[in-house]
Design a protein around this ligand. Sequence first.
Ligand SMILES: Cc1cc2nc3c(=O)[nH]c(=O)nc-3n(C[C@H](O)[C@H](O)[C@H](O)COP(=O)(O)OP(=O)(O)OC[C@H]3O[C@@H](n4cnc5c(N)ncnc54)[C@H](O)[C@@H]3O)c2cc1C
Ligand SMILES: NC(=O)c1ccc[n+]([C@@H]2O[C@H](COP(=O)([O-])OP(=O)(O)OC[C@H]3O[C@@H](n4cnc5c(N)ncnc54)[C@H](OP(=O)(O)O)[C@@H]3O)[C@@H](O)[C@H]2O)c1
Length: 536
Amino acid sequence: MTMQTPPPSTPLIPESAPFSPEQRAWLNGFFAGLLSLDANVAAAPPGTHPLQNGQAGDGDDGEAPWHDPAMSLDERMKLAEGRPLPRRMMAAMAQQDCGQCGSSCEEYSAAIAEQAEPRLNLCVPGGKATARMLKSLVEEMGGGVIDPDEEAAKEAARLPKSDDARPGHSRDNPIEATFVSKRRLNAAGSEKVTNHIEIDLSQSGLDYEVGDSLGVFACNDPALVDQIIAALGIPPDFPIADKNIRDVLIEETSLSPAPDELFQLISYITGGVRKQKARALAKGDDPDGDAETLDVLAAIEKFPGVHPDPEAFIESLEPLQPRLYSISSSPKAEPGRVCLTVDAVRYPVGSRTREGLASTYLDNRTAPGAPLKVYVQKAHGFALPKDGATPIIMVGPGTGIAPFRAFIHERRETDATGPCWLFFGHQRRATDFFYEDELAEMQAAGTLTKLSLAWSRDGDQKVYVQDKMREHAAELFKWLEDGAHFYVCGDAQRMAKDVESALTDAVATHGNASADDAKAFVEALKLAGRYQADVY
Ligand SMILES: Cc1cc2nc3c(=O)[nH]c(=O)nc-3n(C[C@H](O)[C@H](O)[C@H](O)COP(=O)(O)OP(=O)(O)OC[C@H]3O[C@@H](n4cnc5c(N)ncnc54)[C@H](O)[C@@H]3O)c2cc1C
Ligand SMILES: NC(=O)c1ccc[n+]([C@@H]2O[C@H](COP(=O)([O-])OP(=O)(O)OC[C@H]3O[C@@H](n4cnc5c(N)ncnc54)[C@H](OP(=O)(O)O)[C@@H]3O)[C@@H](O)[C@H]2O)c1
């Protein structure tokens, strides 16, 4: 690096961080300099950053080299081999720290290891593979899977659910809001259906800040439920507790993917090859190469003529989970309202279109004025800098634009003076340029200083947001030198990693740094709360 930095008074980079002594000294100096220029850095809270994953058990060095959402479960478990059980449980999580379980990957795994959390299926992005791995690790712990009834009291007392006990501030305590409207953001001809959703919070008084997400409780499609009931030959009014089976299936049970317990149940009531297949599926094997595609209806159709006991069938299913959406409004600009930017998930499998639960509920299974159960998931380390003069760079392709719309509105309402640069991208400019008019207005008003656009399906070659970052690498690095905070939101598996590489390359090229120093620089930006991600 060519830049001179003053020596640090207090070391900012922990001794456990994966840097050489020279790198650590350089980074400490660099950040001491930057922090003295920008006293308003909203540093990431302890424990939210990979370098700070320090709650290690005996025989563990506190690092979490598997904390990378782009790694496969096998790779992560291999890296965690030989570590204490709680660390291996953490490695089993999807590493997105997305908050869908109610906390971070580290906190959720610690709660399971302490037997304070009996539910092993809360890691939504990890899906069945994570739940299975957790089950086997819990069995390894001795005593087998924790009995939910026995542990319920313990759970209520000890689970680190939320630091906020107010109604509407955790998944265990949602409030009733009102669905107001949806407006499609794509023009006709787009391959996507992405909606701007408005929800009224005025009756509940629920508050939020930009950067937070909203948890939404949706219901299953009644048409899908009717197909399941018909395939099982159960009368729709069959009583289950104080409801009928149709309502229980619509309101309480997850219908995708088919859980291991359902295959186990089917294995008990079939024979021969079918029994063997059901048993194999229950163990996580894939005898016919179709396991990935088996939702509850497909599982039942795979074993035609099975008639499980209705109560046992319901018990074999997983409970419905809420879905999180990055909030795309500022409460200062729209008091009493919250907005979301939601892509409706639909994809064909064979002759049937599969529909994502919550995104299609918001698209076409609710109506203006209808109640909607929601809660605010507080952001941990995803917020605007406190000082409105601090420059910000935001990278949000597709629905990743959501929190940045909120940021831009908030900056306008608070008369923030800092430069503001948005990288947005999607398939086609003519059909997928979300909030085009609004962004133009924000540019005209000076709130949005720079807008860089990447259209992936307009030309012969894909152009992605990271290509635009590379094109503007010198300016990007200059903004970082000027103290800019960097944000990325959207796809965790591929985009977020590619964006990080593009930023690291910009630092290497224009900071005249080696690849290792550039990497260390980006890691240190994260540690200082100046590189924040909201990825899913
Ligand atoms: C913190 C956070 C913020 C988020 N913010 C947003 C946001 O602003 N906007 C937004 O739209 N989403 C956002 N999401 C994602 C959102 O929570 C849901 O995961 C998404 O809407 C899908 O949920 P669903 O209930 O509609 O679908 P589900 O019923 O959960 O089905 C989705 C599942 O279907 C499968 N699937 C999807 N597409 C395909 C395919 N083509 N082929 C095969 N299988 C497929 C995958 O297994 C996928 O996990 C966010 C997630 C998190 C964690
Ligand atoms: N299961 C998955 O693999 C996956 C991936 C992404 C999103 N999702 C889900 O899809 C929903 C919404 O997605 P979305 O509407 O936000 O749009 P999206 O599908 O993420 O696409 C947005 C834009 O990003 C581009 N893109 C694809 N790969 C990229 C990469 N490696 N780097 C940078 N850009 C890349 C896309 O281009 P092209 O499509 O033309 O390549 C498109 O132009 C969410 O529910 C999300 O969870 C799932």
